[in-house]
Design a protein around this ligand. Structure first.
Ligand code: ASP
Ligand code: MG
Length: 409
């Protein structure tokens, strides 16, 4: 008997035909005593359409009401999907996040899952149902509906799999696994058979769009294996798990190249060189929930002044400048410069630990194409370089070629 949670995105349920296609595939692979839970997103572009609709009422929709609105998308798809299973003669039942016992904090529009009380789902499975759970939504202790941030159905699926202690969580997407680079950018990218949670989390965080980083985090936290695979075929995809089980990882020093152009570079110039200043700047940003990355401080040309450089997502750029302008007089820095035409190219892999020369190889690759490096930052298993946005595609390709040379055609 297999016990599987399968997550399908909005494009897999965009039309009634696609819904039946999904149902027939699931039933075609299901053995009689398999336990199957399906987590599903809203149909097609429903969530975007709801956002547009909200924008026609107000630019400042209260987040609680936004969640009330956005969560309706998934409620449509679960009812249709459950009914399609029944139409094919398979017992099925749909549950909202609330009914599936998905308890979250009250951080509306990007709520975190606190716990999954899956008793009702388990009971329905034991009664022979295929259980359909609405992705992307949960319920607070007060009984308010929350949503988990864009792409949040991935996180629902992993959390439900963990709550049920299912064998595996399968994420069905339009790519058939995790690649060493985005195959649309690097045609020769290689599909990985497996990758660890830690490496996948870094890749997702640094721009690989395959999965919501939160979902990977949840998998790591609960030890739930995740199988990323294709909606269109039955080929084995990539398994994200705690440890490698095959020898594949020995072949390459790094596991992937990622890039992200949703970044902006912020330079705070002429910051007084006294204790507590960095604290005041970054605490101010933290208060506004702005995540910063790539922090570098360097001595300025002016005596006893520093320049502090960091990156934020482009979406947080305006808020960041707002916070800094408020601090300007209090701290007494000279000015803030903003550069939005940048991209961050990163390599990820636990193999770089204890492997000298990995950074040099990356810089050599970029130099060979005459790409200028701006900020550089590293962690245990990542190296990131900020470059001009126009060089992004070239950079990803040359770095990939330097690290995966034999695999290229
Ligand atoms: N429907 C939500 C979104 O579009 C959640 C998801 O697709 O995972 O972001
Ligand atoms: Mg979606």
């Amino acid at each position: 008997m297999a016990f599987v949670v399968k997550k399908f995105g909005g494009s897999s349920v965009a039309t009634p035909e696609k819904i039946y296609h999904l149902v027939d595939r699931v039933l075609g692979e299901k053995k009689p005593d398999d336990k199957i839970v399906i987590v599903v997103s809203a149909m097609g572009d429903t969530t975007d359409d709801l956002l547009t609709l909200a924008g026609r009422i107000t630019d400042h929709m209260p987040k609680r009401e936004m969640d009330m609105l956005l969560s309706t998308g998934e409620q449509i798809s679960i009812a249709l999907l459950a009914s399609a299973f029944m139409e094919r003669g398979q017992k099925a039942i749909s549950f909202t996040g609330f009914q599936a016992g998905i308890r979250t904090n009250a951080n509306h529009t990007k709520a975190g899952i606190m716990e999954v009380k899956a008793d009702r789902v388990m009971k329905a499975l034991d009664e022979g149902n295929v259980v359909i759970v609405a992705g992307f939504q949960g319920i607070t202790d007060e009984g308010d509906i929350t949503t988990l941030g864009r792409g949040g159905s991935d996180t629902t699926a992993v959390a439900v799999a963990a709550g049920l202690k299912a064998d595996i969580c399968e994420i069905y997407t339009d790519v058939d696994g995790v690649y060493t680079a985005d195959p649309r950018v690097v045609p020769n990218a290689i599909k990985l058979k497996e990758i660890t949670f830690g490496e996948m989390l870094e890749l997702a965080r640094l721009g690989a769009g395959v999965m919501q980083p939160r979902a990977v985090e949840y998998g790591e936290l609960t030890g739930t294996d995740i199988h990323v695979r294709s909606t269109f075929n039955r080929v084995e995809g990539t398994i994200i798990r705690g440890e490698y089980t095959m020898m594949e990882e020995k072949k390459f020093i790094i596991r992937g190249v990622a890039s992200d152009s949703n970044v902006a570079k912020i330079t705070v110039r002429g910051v007084p060189d006294v204790p507590g200043v960095a604290y005041r700047i970054f605490n101010g940003l933290a208060q506004e929930n702005i995540a910063v990355d790539m922090i570098v401080q360097s001595t300025s040309a002016v005596k006893e002044k520093n320049d502090i450089v960091f990156t934020v997502t482009k979406t947080d750029m305006a808020d960041t400048v707002g916070v800094l302008e408020q601090l300007k007089n209090e701290i007494g820095f000279a000015r803030v410069d903003v550069e939005a035409n940048v991209a961050k190219v990163s390599i990820v892999g636990a193999g770089m630990l204890g492997n000298p020369g990995v950074a040099a190889r990356m810089f050599g690759a970029l130099a060979s194409e005459n790409i200028n490096l701006d900020v550089i930052s590293t962690s245990e298993i990542t190296i990131s370089c900020l470059i001009a946005k126009e060089d992004e595609k070239k950079a990803v390709n040359v770095v990939h070629r330097f690290f995966f040379p034999n695999e290229e055609k």
